[in-house]
Design a protein around this ligand. Structure first.
Ligand SMILES: [Zn+2]
Length: 61
């Protein structure tokens, strides 16, 4: 579950609701309601699955 970073929006999204893309600063999804960029961190689990964790603000270069 992700929560839109835009505090006046705050919509919660399931992973299946969002389109994850990479615009050069790491994975992110755009909130479908307000358009805010929500940055994610790609994490590989021990059993080889890929999950995404939401991060605060923008990733450091
Ligand atoms: Zn939003």
């Amino acid at each position: 579950m992700f929560t839109c970073i835009n505090q006046s929006c705050g919509t919660q999204w399931q992973l299946s609701d969002v389109v994850i893309k990479d615009e050069g600063q790491g994975p992110l999804f755009r909130c479908a309601l307000c358009g805010a960029r929500n940055y994610l961190k790609r994490v590989e689990t021990k059993d080889g699955r890929v999950i995404y964790k939401q991060i605060e603000g923008k990733p450091l270069k």
